[in-house]
Design a protein around this ligand. Structure first.
Ligand code: HEM
Length: 139
């Protein structure tokens, strides 16, 4: 991610704080519509799971220039993901649903620049999770 991308992501933190839970609710709807097989993975997830996801997406945007602040959270979520057998192939499913949800909820505020920046930022965070989870699966 270049500095420009990081600046755009950071500028979306306030709207994510405000609309994050709307976005993640829509994200799950899109995920399960497009990939019904993902439902099984969430069989035992808490009903307010979307709130945790929203809060992490917000924390990511707010700390995009200081990712060390997310390290502990990534570790914890990585362990939970491994416990329910999340695999690398699942990340693009969530990415597509999340970026689509950002567009759907933010409407005109989701400019092409914002969408492009989130595509890059999501790809970056996916790689971090996938690497962490690979390490946990191997252990
Ligand atoms: C970068 C992308 C992702 C982020 C930021 C993220 C974030 C989170 C967070 C914050 C939690 C809650 C952990 C807790 O309970 O404290 C969680 C749990 C979960 N995530 Fe993810 N996640 C991501 C990708 C994925 C993917 C790709 C899948 C698979 C489709 C997935 C499936 C799950 C499931 C099933 C749980 C709940 C497990 C349970 O409680 O039974 N996540 N994730």
């Amino acid at each position: 991610m270049n500095e420009q991308t990081k600046a755009i992501i950071k500028s979306t933190a306030p709207v994510l704080k405000e609309y994050g839970e709307d976005i993640t609710k829509v994200m799950y709807r899109r995920l399960f519509d497009n990939y019904p097989e993902a439902k099984d993975l969430f069989a035992n997830a808490a009903p307010d799971q979307y709130k945790k996801l929203a809060s992490m997406v917000y924390a990511y945007a707010a700390n995009i220039d200081n990712l060390g602040a997310l390290q502990k959270g990534i570790e914890k979520v990585g362990k939970i993901h491994v416990g329910v057998k999340i695999l690398p192939k699942h990340y693009p499913w969530v990415g597509e649903a999340l970026i689509g949800a950002i567009g759907e909820v933010l409407g005109d505020a989701a400019t092409p620049e914002v969408v492009q920046a989130w595509e890059e930022a999501y790809a970056f965070l996916s790689k971090v999770f996938i690497a962490k989870e690979e390490e946990l699966y191997a252990a």
